[in-house]
Every structure is written in structure tokens, then in C-alpha cells.
Ligand binder design. Structure first.
Ligand code: CMC
Length: 430
């Protein structure tokens, strides 16, 4: 990288020069890597409020404009013109596939949809009432115990096979987690179906009854997958990169990402949002909950509102809102109690001074929970669907990191505020 200009920093009267780099779009960055060597000080940025942890050419977000680009393409166009597997190809390879590439890619993914039969026995070790995210963390991590021929991260072929396996097997594993929780036999993929229709088949068919995928509903779920496919250096992606920076295998890294995604401030928000709507229960109680969300002494937050990066409407939320209407129309659920409640919450929050001033708009999870519920997906599985979608983003980012010659093990430093050196007293003196 060539520095466009230099920034001067004054530490204890000593001025040092730090290179400033420009990306293709977005804010410039100040390279502070030499700071400790030159001044003996670190930067301090818990939560990475002003820190770019890597360079990347996969996804770009302009939070003020409400813009999201995958490899330069606006999310609105991708959601309209592509299916999820094409988006996976784009994120992984950098370009959209042509017809032949798309056919080849789809075939490749389909060839890997089944999981090792022994995994079904591994699954039976879980309690039936386990949270699906607990099952996913365990099963995805365990894939590295089953696929020894794709663990060498220095072998490009291994890396590609591991990537394809993860994309292909995630729907099977997510559907297995669901079927297991309701005591149904493990589902098998049907490779004559497209990726998302196949997932719905595994979720909703059983050995006695087939499932006829409804194209409107399949498209809605496919859109959820596209909108969640990547989101630059969010918490779970950074977790995957950090885990991968030590040379850990891709299955272990993705399992780490799933664990991070589970939290309610991240991927767990769609589940938390639906539970919140259920708790509110009725439109008449919305003002009470808005009041609680604004009260500093009340830990309650409006789930599905706010975002670290988007300080304008989340573009994914706009698309999801549209999809929400399409699905509810298709299923004749427009008078659905929870949807009405969600719209009222959205209306009040968008007008309320607190939310307007803090730029707290509904995020994608606000609507995706309602859509998933309408599709018949149980609330506990919402974050699992998010994990299935984000797997490609994690993989693309992991690949990019492995191929980056500047890549080093991630090792932040700290501002130590504990006891200074002291001697261990004898037990009588403690
Ligand atoms: N309800 C009420 N107040 C809120 C909310 C909310 N949902 N979100 C932020 N605030 C307030 C917050 O209390 C703070 O107030 P003050 O300035 O008086 O201290 C201010 O807004 C700034 O918030 P913050 O927590 O400092 O912002 P952040 O960037 O650290 O957090 C967030 C972003 C998404 C974690 C947070 O908005 C939140 O917890 N939202 C609810 C959970 C949620 O919907 N998460 C899904 C995120 S989108 C999916 C994904 O990408 O994973």
C-alpha cells in the first residue's frame, strides 16, 4: 500500500509521522503499526470504534448513506436479480458467474449437501431441547473431525473443498437441528431442488409427507439469505478472522463465528426481537415499551433497532420490509397480530425524538423475524438461518485473510489497570 499523505501525531512533545492510506471508497486509514516502536504507546479502541482491522475488497458499507455493496454491486440489485448461490459465487470469487460457471458451481455445491452418516449419531448426543445454536457450534466444529481431506489451510484445493462443503452442508445441519428438536427423523437433501427450496424441503417434509415449495416463500427465504450473506468486519466475521489468523482449520473458525453470532446484540437479535414482540403482546402496550427503551436505568432495548454502522435506514431492512409484505399477502396473514404490532412500533420509533436523535432505525432483524415466523420457521432457529446465510461471508473473508501476504496472527494489546508488581505474602498475611 502506498501512503497518500502523512498524519503527524505528537506524543510527549515528540512528533511522529504516520502514513495515511486511501481505499477505493470510504474513509482513509492512519497506519499506526509503527506507533509502539516509535513512541512506546498503543492506540486504545475497545469495540473498534475507529479501527480498521484489515484491508478487504469484499463488502462495503456506507452507514450514513445506508448503502451496502457486495464486490461493488448494490444489495438492492443483487436481491432483485440474483439467487443466493450466485451471490455466494460472487462473494467468494469476486465476480458474478456466467451461465456455465453458475451451472458448474450449483452442481459442485449440490454434490456436497449430505453429511457423513456418523454425524447423525453425533447429533443424538444432544438433548432434544438444546438451543439450535448450541447444536450448530458443536456440529460445525465437529466437521473437522469428519473431513480430514480439507483441513490443510496451506493447500488451495483443501480450502476450496472446505468452503464448498460448508456452504452445501449448512442447510442440512440447520434442518437436522430442527428435526431433532421435534423428534422427527433426520432429513436428507433432495438435490433436484435449488439450494433454498431444498432447505425448505428438509425443514418441512417428512418420510410420510412430501413438501411442495411455494415459489413466493422460497424467494423470500432466498432473499433473507442474500441480505445476510456478508456485512464486512462485524463481530462474528472478525471472530472468524481472529480464529483463522492462528492457522486454525476452516470448520473450527466457522464454529467460532457461529458462537459469536449467537449473542443478542448480533445475530441473536431476530430471535430476541420476536420474543420482544410476543412479550409486548398488544399495540396498546407499545408506548410503555418505548418508554422503557428510553429509560437509562432500565436495561431494556428495542430489539431490531439501531446499528453500529448504519446511522440511516439499514438498506437490508427496506428490502426485508418489502419481502415481509409479499409473504404476509401470499399467506393471507396481513392482519397478523405481531405484524401489526411491529408496524406500530416502527411508526412510533421513527417519530420519537429519542430514536430520531440517536439515529436508531429498524435493522434487518426487525423484519426478518416476522418473515421467518410466517414461513413456519421456529423462533429458536432464526439465528441458525442467519448462520447459514453468513457462512459464505465468513468463508470469503477467511479466504481473503489467508491469501493476504500482510496477514499476521491477531494479537491486540491492552491498557493494564491491575495491581503493579507485588510479592506473594505467606498464607497468614493474606
Ligand atoms: N433501543 C434503545 N436505545 C438504544 C438502542 C435500542 N435498540 N440501540 C442503541 N440505543 C441507545 C444506547 O443506549 C446509546 O444511548 P446513549 O448514547 O444515551 O448511551 C445510543 O443509543 C448508542 O447506542 P450504542 O449501544 O452505543 O451503539 P452501538 O453501536 O454500540 O450498538 C447495537 C449497536 C446494534 C448493538 C445496539 O443498537 C443494540 O443493542 N440494538 C438492539 C439489538 C439489535 O437489534 N442488534 C442487531 C444488529 S443488526 C444485525 C447484525 O448486524 O448483527
Amino acid at each position: 500500500m502506498n501512503a497518500q499523505r502523512m498524519a503527524t501525531l505528537n506524543v510527549d512533545g515528540k512528533a511522529i509521522e504516520l502514513p495515511v492510506y486511501s481505499g477505493s471508497i470510504g474513509p482513509d486509514v492512519i497506519d499506526v503499526r509503527s506507533l509502539y516502536g516509535k513512541t512506546g504507546t498503543f492506540t486504545f479502541d475497545p469495540g473498534y470504534m475507529s479501527t480498521a482491522s484489515c484491508k478487504s475488497s469484499i463488502t462495503y458499507i456506507d452507514g450514513d448513506k445506508g448503502e451496502l455493496l457486495y464486490r461493488g454491486y448494490p444489495i438492492e440489485q443483487l436481491a432483485e436479480k440474483c439467487d443466493f448461490l450466485e451471490v455466494c459465487y460472487l462473494l467468494k470469487h469476486g465476480e458474478l458467474p456466467n451461465l456455465a460457471q453458475r451451472e458448474d458451481w450449483n452442481k459442485r455445491v449440490k454434490r456436497h449437501t449430505m453429511v457423513h452418516e456418523q454425524i447423525t449419531r453425533f447429533m443424538q448426543g444432544f438433548r432434544r431441547d438444546s438451543h439450535p445454536m448450541a447444536v450448530l457450534v458443536g456440529l460445525v466444529g465437529a466437521l473437522s473431525a469428519f473431513y480430514h481431506d480439507s483441513l490443510d489451510i496451506n493447500n488451495p484445493e483443501h480450502r476450496v473443498i472446505a468452503a464448498v462443503r460448508l456452504i452445501a452442508k449448512m442447510p442440512t445441519i440447520v434442518a437436522m437441528a430442527y428435526k431433532y428438536s421435534i423428534g422427527m427423523p433426520m432429513p436428507y437433501p433432495k438435490n433436484s431442488l435449488d439450494y433454498t427450496a431444498n432447505f425448505m424441503h428438509m425443514m418441512f417434509s417428512n418420510p410420510c409427507e412430501d413438501y411442495e415449495p411455494n415459489p413466493v416463500l422460497v424467494r423470500a427465504l432466498d432473499r433473507i439469505l442474500i441480505l445476510h450473506a456478508d456485512h464486512e468486519q462485524n463481530a462474528s466475521t472478525s471472530t472468524v478472522r481472529l480464529a483463522g489468523s492462528s492457522g486454525a482449520n476452516p470448520f473450527a473458525c466457522i464454529a467460532a463465528g457461529i458462537a459469536c453470532l449467537w449473542g443478542p446484540a448480533h445475530g441473536g437479535a431476530n430471535e430476541a426481537c420476536l420474543r420482544m414482540l410476543e412479550e409486548i403482546g398488544d399495540v396498546s402496550r407499545v408506548p410503555e415499551y418505548i418508554k422503557r427503551a428510553k429509560d437509562k436505568n432500565d436495561g431494556f432495548k428495542l430489539m431490531g433497532f439501531g446499528h453500529r454502522v448504519y446511522k440511516n435506514f439499514d438498506p437490508r431492512a427496506k428490502l426485508m420490509r418489502e419481502t415481509c409484505h409479499e409473504v404476509l399477502n401470499e399467506l393471507g396473514l396481513h392482519d397478523d397480530r405481531l405484524f401489526k404490532l411491529a408496524l406500530e412500533l416502527e411508526r412510533i420509533a421513527l417519530e420519537d425524538e429519542y430514536f430520531v436523535e440517536k439515529k436508531l432505525y429498524p435493522n434487518v432483524d426487525f423484519y426478518s423475524g416476522i418473515v421467518q415466523k410466517a414461513l413456519g420457521i421456529p423462533t429458536q432457529l432464526f439465528t441458525g438461518i442467519f448462520a447459514m446465510a453468513r457462512t459464505i461471508g465468513w468463508i470469503a473473508q477467511w479466504h481473503e485473510m489467508i491469501g493476504d501476504p500482510e496477514q499476521k496472527i491477531g494479537r491486540p494489546r491492552q491498557l493494564y489497570v491491575g495491581a503493579a508488581r507485588r510479592d506473594v505474602p505467606t498464607i497468614e498475611r493474606r
